[in-house]
Design a protein around this ligand. Structure first.
Ligand code: UD1
Ligand code: UDP
Length: 372
């Protein structure tokens, strides 16, 4: 059998986490695949953190990262670089994952060279083109170009069917984030960062916060942080840990709202290993992240999703996540319920796994073998 030449393209932290299981699975099948990895490096530091943890060495590194790039600049620089890579490697199939600008650029570059496209984590929809922005549109446009749609759940498959996609091209696989998570959680994990090690996870209620979405930057993010500030001031047993995204606009708001509150730990982005193990030890999670919404339910951690819409309804349907918007008073209300009503807390703190059995990469590889 002729080997399939696969080019795996990614550029940001979450894509790297979710592509890592696929990169490994491709390498485990050398009889069927010749694979190469191209990173756009839309993120630099946060991407390299993940590459290091999973011991992945890219074959091509476009190194497009520049501080404060606009969406147009990211798209153009990624497209130009990817053209050269595709012309050099001449893949039969390009794999992209998710909804970032790297993903859309990767799909478009492949399409321009009439190379087949596999879209991992296909079919998620919020129904609002501006939320998440620009991710909802990136994901829709990538779907239009894709030949294989790897949908994590039945819900995402249904979205694709509703839009008229051919059922024989859609494969329900689960989400590869759960594959990755299975490798790293350790109940006896010890943090390198002494500040985190010193936190009394047994007697304190530790809230893990992440926030970075473009549509939240400005007033919504100020509201989210202010709600957490109120909660910390009202509850002596609450500590907040916020590994801040590197976007300077996000960090400016965090520093403005939290100033130097003793029980609010503003720290640098954590490596994937300490981050996921911190999630495993915390009391609850407040986030606007996509990936974190998938990981927390599988660790049995209640999640308050501080967004107006989510393209990931599965955690909410399973009862571990709640969509609470960005209104300060409402976030406080929801946090108070989880901090003080143990029945409500227990109802949400159930370990469920709407995103598959942790073998998504294996299913994706098999689907490619069977259908290419
Ligand atoms: C991007 C993705 C978003 C994804 C997020 C994951 C797009 C449009 N957005 O958003 O879908 O949820 O990544 O984190 O593709 N920065 C650094 N170093 C880094 C990374 C970022 O300094 O390693 C700073 C830079 O100032 C950069 C800014 O963060 O300009 C924003 O980065 P960018 O990739 O444009 O968007 P994100 O908000 O990270
Ligand atoms: N993550 C990490 N370190 C951090 C914060 C998040 O390793 O300090 C991981 C997290 O476990 C998840 C991914 O990064 O796998 C989510 O990335 P992010 O929230 O930046 O992007 P999104 O999922 O919203 O696109």
């Amino acid at each position: 059998m002729k080997k399939i030449k696969v080019l795996v393209i990614f550029g940001t932290r979450p894509e790297a986490v979710k592509m890592a299981p696929i990169v490994k699975a491709l390498k485990k099948n050398p009889d069927a695949f010749v694979s190469k990895i191209c990173v756009t490096a839309q993120h630099r530091y946060m991407l390299d953190q993940v590459l290091r943890i999973f011991d992945i060495q890219p074959d091509y590194d476009l190194n497009i990262f520049e501080d404060g790039q606009t969406l147009t600049q990211i798209t153009c620089r990624a497209l130009m670089g990817l053209e050269e890579v595709i012309e050099d490697f001449k893949p039969d199939l390009v794999l992209v994952q998710g909804d970032t600008t790297t993903v859309f650029s990767g799909a478009l570059a492949a399409f321009y060279h009439q190379v087949k496209i596999g879209h991992v984590e296909a079919g998620l929809r919020s129904g609002n083109l501006y939320s998440p922005y620009p991710e909802e549109v990136n994901r829709i446009l990538t779907g239009v170009l894709a030949d294989f749609h790897f949908a994590p759940t039945q819900t995402s498959k249904n979205n694709l069917l509703r839009e008229g996609y051919d059922e024989s091209k859609i494969f329900i696989t689960g989400n590869t984030s759960i594959d990755a998570l299975k490798w790293v959680i350790d109940e006896n994990y010890i943090f390198e960062d002494e500040a985190i090690n010193k936190i009394d996870f047994k007697n304190k209620k530790v809230i893990l916060l992440t926030a970075h979405r473009r549509e939240n930057i400005g007033r919504p993010m100020e509201n989210i942080f202010s709600a957490l500030k109120d909660i910390v001031e009202e509850n002596r047993d609450v500590e907040v840990i916020y590994p801040m995204h590197l976007n300077p606009k996000v960090r400016e708001i965090a520093h403005k709202v939290f100033k130097s509150m003793e029980r609010v730990h503003l720290i640098e982005p954590l490596d994937y290993l300490p981050f996921t193990n911190l999630m495993n030890k915390c009391y609850l999670v407040v986030t606007d992240s996509g990936g974190v919404q998938e990981e927390a339910p599988s660790l049995g951690k209640p999640v308050l999703v501080v967004r107006r819409e989510t393209e990931r309804p599965e955690g909410i349907e399973a009862g571990t996540a709640r969509l609470v918007g960005t209104d300060r008073a409402n976030i406080c209300k929801e946090l108070n319920i989880l901090l003080h009503d143990q029945e409500e807390y227990k109802k949400m703190a159930n370990s469920v796994n709407p995103y598959g059995d942790g073998r998504a990469a294996e299913y994706i590889i098999q689907a490619i073998k069977d259908n290419f």
